[in-house]
Design a protein around this ligand. Structure first.
Ligand code: MN
Length: 240
């Protein structure tokens, strides 16, 4: 049956052998059977800029993604918070199309909104302030003007800081805020919603203005390798 796959939060990095092996298996087996694959952010553990395309590990990821085009599987990519700086050169190299966050799809008769999901975590005010800053075009321009090695060092610092900050935060504030979800569903006229980022794979229902909306949360690949498969009959999670 014609179907589409959604994944996110793979956090691929040269030191993450387990998730890269799973990724290669996914690209060789499940992905080529789909009409389209959507990666909803955080494909990479971090992305310092498109001038890092030639890195040996990145070249392997790109080659794997490239292979999908030969099977006719269309590839779409959303930015996550960790790979916010993925640009057109990377997209071209993977034969992928970079999409805006959020993007509304017409998926086998069901309007479906896709987002990385971090915009919905509004209870984490510190994170939202940071997010607003790094989304500024001026900030990104200045950042990308620095040498690649300096950018990598800065990102490494951020990752350390983020790991410590997460340990000290109540886990509830790192989940989506129900009012933010409702506002987004209202803005897009009550679609199905698919997102990642929170690493809490599940299916939820939200009733907004009397409309029942499904919300699918994708899992991260650190703990449980999975994808969401959607066709004309609906969506379900597939493990492999
Ligand atoms: Mn994320």
């Amino acid at each position: 049956m014609p179907h589409t796959l959604f994944i996110s939060d793979l956090h691929l990095g040269a030191d993450q052998a387990h998730s890269f092996a799973a990724f290669r298996r996914f690209i060789a087996t499940l992905a080529p059977q789909a009409e389209a694959l959507y990666i909803l952010g955080d494909l990479f553990e971090y992305w310092a800029g498109d001038d890092d395309l030639d890195d040996e590990f990145h070249a392997q990821v790109i080659a794997a993604l490239c292979s999908l085009a030969a099977h006719g599987t269309k590839l779409y990519v959303l930015h996550g918070n960790r790979d916010l700086l993925m640009g057109d050169a990377l997209a071209r190299a993977c034969h992928a199309k970079l999409l805006n966050d959020p993007t509304l799809l017409h998926l086998y008769g069901t309007t479906t909104l896709i987002t990385h999901g971090d915009m919905l975590c509004t209870d984490d005010v510190e994170y939202q302030n940071f997010r607003a800053q790094v989304h500024e075009p001026e900030f990104q321009k200045n950042f990308l003007a620095q040498p690649l090695s300096a950018r990598k060092a800065y990102i490494e610092q951020l990752r350390q800081h983020s790991m410590v900050a997460k340990q000290n935060k109540d886990s509830a504030i790192m989940d989506v805020n129900d009012d933010a979800v409702a506002a987004l569903l209202r803005e897009y006229h009550y679609p199905r919603l698919i997102h990642g980022h929170t690493h809490r794979p599940d299916r939820h229902e939200h009733i907004v203005d009397g409309h029942r909306c499904e919300r699918w949360v994708l899992g991260d690949w650190d703990r449980q390798v999975s994808a969401l498969r959607c066709d004309a009959q609906g969506c379900h999670s597939v493990r492999f």
